[in-house]
Design a protein around this ligand. Structure first.
Ligand SMILES: *[C@@H]1O[C@H](CO)[C@@H](O)[C@H](O)[C@H]1NC(C)=O
Ligand SMILES: *[C@@H]1O[C@H](CO)[C@@H](O)[C@H](O)[C@H]1NC(C)=O
Ligand SMILES: *[C@@H]1O[C@H](CO)[C@@H](O)[C@H](O)[C@H]1NC(C)=O
Ligand SMILES: *[C@@H]1O[C@H](CO)[C@@H](O)[C@H](O)[C@H]1NC(C)=O
Length: 263
């Protein structure tokens, strides 16, 4: 009798258990914060499919983007056209460089479209890592437009459409890839090319007169007036090719002087 009752009680309890669990889950659900948006999915839907694909194919970038979402993030995703134009240079980068370029397009702070206009200036990015890797850019207002500039380029990226603007995540499109100066040096002044050629030319010129100078004192040294010889040597050193002719003339002159002295 007692055993039967116990069994019945147990049966009832077992029946109630799943119900209780379901009720608990149902009660919990509303309290949990809404799932953070999937930034790559949002980007792809908003006109940055190519950029989202690049992030998805870089494990470093993908995990950093997704973990930044919770703390607030503003993403500036280049449009598909902008990414297409940049691809030859992107492919040239190392895996680390690629991840850094991708992370360079997000700031670890949520800025609404409106606050972006008033909070401009130098901003650190997800690629920033201490002082060694500044990876910052400058946000500026140009009339109604918000632009992003780095020292790597004279061109600016323009902030275009709003893909998502819901605290803590904002995603805006930009019309070009933003180039970090850490990876893309500004075009150098045209001076290095001639500078590289100059020493070559100089050494060539210096090379030629060398034997002339070494030989010249030989025959002329004893009897030629020192001033003339010095002048002659200086001329040969400076003049290059024709110096051979001059040296010959000088030697002949010296020989004539010597001959006339002997005679
Ligand atoms: C976001 O969506 C992409 C594509 O659907 C998926 O591969 C990725 O795992 C998602 N990320 C997260 C954190 O859910
Ligand atoms: C790729 O890198 C090489 C070597 O640094 C360079 O010569 C070439 O111009 C680069 N190509 C592009 C498209 O940047
Ligand atoms: C931004 O980065 C540059 C180098 O890339 C650095 O010289 C400068 O100090 C940085 N600015 C700030 C405010 O961190
Ligand atoms: C040799 O020429 C250089 C310039 O080419 C000049 O400065 C120097 O005074 C000259 N020396 C002599 C001894 O003429």
């Amino acid at each position: 009798m007692r055993r039967l009752r116990l069994a019945a009680l147990l049966g009832v309890l077992l029946l109630l258990l799943p119900l209780a669990a379901a009720a608990g889950a149902a009660a919990k659900a509303p309290a949990a914060p809404p799932a953070p948006p999937n930034v790559t999915t949002a980007m792809a839907k908003g006109g940055c499919k190519a950029f989202a694909d690049l992030i998805a194919s870089s494990p470093d970038a993908a995990s950093t983007y997704q973990s930044a979402v919770g703390g607030g993030v503003t993403v500036f995703c280049p449009t598909d056209d902008a990414v297409r134009a940049f691809m030859p240079r992107y492919r040239n980068l190392t895996a680390e460089g690629k991840a850094e370029v991708l992370l360079f397009h997000a700031v670890p702070v949520y800025y609404s479209r409106g606050s972006l206009k008033s909070n401009n200036g130098v901003m650190n990015t997800l690629a920033t890592d201490g002082a060694a890797k500044n990876y910052n850019f400058t946000v500026q207002n140009e009339g109604d437009a918000v632009t992003i500039k780095t020292a790597a380029s004279q061109d600016v990226a323009r902030v275009k459409s709003t893909v998502l603007d819901a605290d803590p995540v904002a995603i805006f499109t930009v019309d070009s890839v933003i180039e970090p100066v850490e990876l893309f040096k500004p075009a150098p002044a045209p001076s290095p090319a001639p500078a590289a050629d100059a020493p070559k030319a100089a050494s060539k010129a210096a090379h030629h007169p060398a034997p002339v100078v070494a030989d010249a004192p030989g025959p002329a040294a004893t009897d030629s007036p020192p001033a003339d010889q010095k002048k002659e040597a200086n001329k040969s050193a400076a003049a290059g090719a024709p110096s051979c002719v001059r040296w010959f003339a000088a030697t002949v002159a010296a020989a004539v002087v010597m001959a006339s002295t002997l005679a």
